[in-house]
Design a protein around this ligand. Structure first.
Ligand SMILES: NC(=O)C1=CN([C@@H]2O[C@H](COP(=O)(O)OP(=O)(O)OC[C@H]3O[C@@H](n4cnc5c(N)ncnc54)[C@H](O)[C@@H]3O)[C@@H](O)[C@H]2O)[C@H](O)CC1
Ligand SMILES: [K+]
Length: 517
């Protein structure tokens, strides 16, 4: 058993692949052996997490996830004076291993309670063994109520394999599920009536763990899965050989930026970047030039040798005393074959007029924000992107979920969020370039590449301008010679790491991120 994200290589399998691993491992082992290993592992983990728990509540569900809980109960009951086991299920419908586990638990003297423990205190432990990878609908009624109770309790929480009700692949909570205090109104429970909250309002600091079995699950690392899962531990249950035999679909992003560090390097060797965007509206007295400044600062601090700025806002000043290294030039005066262009930051509709030239002339291109909105509405640009791919030219797109929805012709961001992993793959297929789908658990995918899930970063990056900084940074790494996919992975990882390293009591601005890259 080990902390999943501390391993040098951490991979995730789809549910289908996990089932295949489970089936091949089970075929080579005596009946119930894998579940017994899971139970033993869970019991050990429970005692390590909450050694002073006054009460351990194991909530077991109707399938094999519940079976894992019962196997753990057999061990914990010998080692702890107050283990409360509740079980949802129908003996006739239990899968065979879980049924054997239930019978063994009864034989071992495990008693089953009808209700959860009366009071749960800090230091106590809840074990969610309600649903695992077999969850196929939103938990309702009492199961949902008990899940809410566990997730809003002051005690620690271990989710077995997967937090119940989470789609282990997409990281989305199965719909119509409400949590925590906000679903109680005037003493009446309103499941799913209000938006889901995945952190208890009353006890936001609840320690959460997920002990997952066999292999990593992508849904624990993206979307709502991150908050629900907490700290992830993995026990391959001795089935490593079978795990290795099945190709993983996702890998945790570990890439690091490679910058030009040679002593003899001159500024030309570090590559040139041009930032294109920063539109203005004289009538409204608006200017988006700041977005370009942020991307430019990120490109400089990301190691580019020279950074040019093509500003669309004619009124915006052509110098920035706070970042005097930035050089203001029109793209018409640059050799576009030799620069990496970062296009779209604050570009408005006006950026559309420059995109065809950039697409046909620029071998290395990062498309962000308004450039993506232009691409979404212009089929000819899609063809140009395919042409670029055939030429071996490199393009990176960095949409947030709403931009991704526009690119894919979906109704709204929620449709993308409903299956981020599928969305990023579709974007790669349609646009034939590297795609960074931003958001909680940013995803990076490219043609012929395994999808990378990023695990650095936190909600402090959800401020204006951080996207411009990421785009500028990717451009800087490409300009220094990193291939597009590697540059995107490395930039996303470092960008998130800056937020993780930043002192919690200090506000983090986009410019701070740029300066720390
Ligand atoms: N088999 C083994 O030796 C091991 C299994 N492991 C654990 O098993 C689960 C997967 O088990 P499975 O039975 O396929 O799925 P679940 O336990 O998640 O439950 C499926 C069960 O529940 C019903 N169901 C689905 N959604 C709901 C809902 N919202 N409300 C009520 N009931 C629901 C569904 O119809 C089925 O009857 C895996 O995650 C591991 O924890 C271990 O890997 C060890 C070896
Ligand atoms: K669970």
């Amino acid at each position: 058993m080990h902390r999943f994200l501390s391993a040098p290589v951490a991979v995730c399998h789809s549910i289908e692949a996990t089932r295949l691993i489970e089936a091949t491992a089970m075929a080579d082992l005596p009946p119930r052996a894998l579940m017994q290993r899971a139970g033993q592992s869970l019991a050990r983990f429970a005692l390590a997490v909450a050694p002073h728990a006054r009460t351990i509540w194991i909530a077991c569900g109707p399938g094999n996830n519940g079976g894992d809980g019962m196997e753990a109960a057999i061990h914990l009951r010998r080692l702890h004076p107050n283990v409360v086991v509740t079980w949802f299920g129908d003996m006739r419908q239990l899968p065979s291993e879980a049924k054997q586990a239930l019978e063994a638990a009864m034989e071992a003297g495990v008693t089953f309670a009808i209700q959860p423990p009366d009071s749960l205190r800090p230091g106590d432990l809840c074990i969610d063994a309600l649903l695992g990878i077999g969850a196929n609908r939103a938990p309702k009624g009492k199961m949902n109520e008990w899940l809410q109770l566990m997730r809003s309790a002051p005690s620690d929480l271990i989710s077995v394999d997967v937090p119940s009700g989470l789609d282990a692949e997409s990281g989305v909570l199965l719909p119509n599920m409400g949590f925590g205090e906000t679903t109680m109104m005037a003493g009446i429970l309103l499941p799913g009536a209000l938006p889901d909250i995945t952190r208890s309002v009353k006890h936001p600091q609840q320690r959460r763990y997920t002990l997952t079995f066999l292999s990593g699950k992508p849904g624990l690392l993206t979307g709502e899965g991150i908050d629900l899962a907490g700290e992830i531990w993995l026990d391959p249950l001795g089935a490593e050989t079978w795990v290795r035999a099945v190709q993983p679909e996702w890998t945790v992003n570990r890439s690091k930026p490679k910058r030009v560090v040679d002593h003899h390097a001159h500024k030309g060797a570090r590559g040139d970047v041009v930032i294109v965007g920063g539109a203005g509206d004289a009538q409204k007295d608006h200017s988006m030039a700041g977005a370009c400044t942020l991307a430019g600062a990120a490109a400089l601090h990301g190691g580019a040798g020279r950074v040019y700025m093509h500003l669309l806002d004619a009124r915006a000043p052509r110098n920035n005393p706070l970042q005097p290294e930035l050089m203001y030039r029109s793209i018409r005066d640059l050799d576009l074959q030799k620069v990496t262009a970062v296009c779209g930051c604050g570009g408005g509709d006006a950026v559309g007029t420059l995109i065809p030239d950039l697409f046909t002339d620029c071998k290395q291109l990062v498309l962000d924000a308004d450039a993506l909105n232009v691409v979404a509405t212009d089929a000819a640009l899609r063809t140009l992107l395919q042409y670029r791919a055939q030429m071996g030219w490199q393009t990176v797109m960095t949409p947030h979920p709403l931009e991704a929805a526009r690119l894919l012709g979906r109704k709204d961001a929620a449709e993308v969020q409903a299956n981020r992993l599928q969305a990023v793959r579709e974007l790669v297929d349609v646009f034939e370039c590297v795609v960074v789908l931003k958001g909680s658990g940013t995803l990076i995918a490219g043609p012929g590449m395994p999808c990378h899930i990023n695990v650095t970063g936190n909600s402090r990056l959800a401020t204006a301008g951080t996207g411009d900084v990421l785009a500028g940074f990717i451009g800087a790494l490409m300009a220094q010679g990193m291939p597009a996919f590697e540059a995107a992975c490395a930039a996303v990882r470092r960008h998130g790491e800056v937020a993780d390293e930043w002192p919690t009591a200090t506000q983090l601005t986009a410019l701070d991120v740029a300066h720390r890259l």
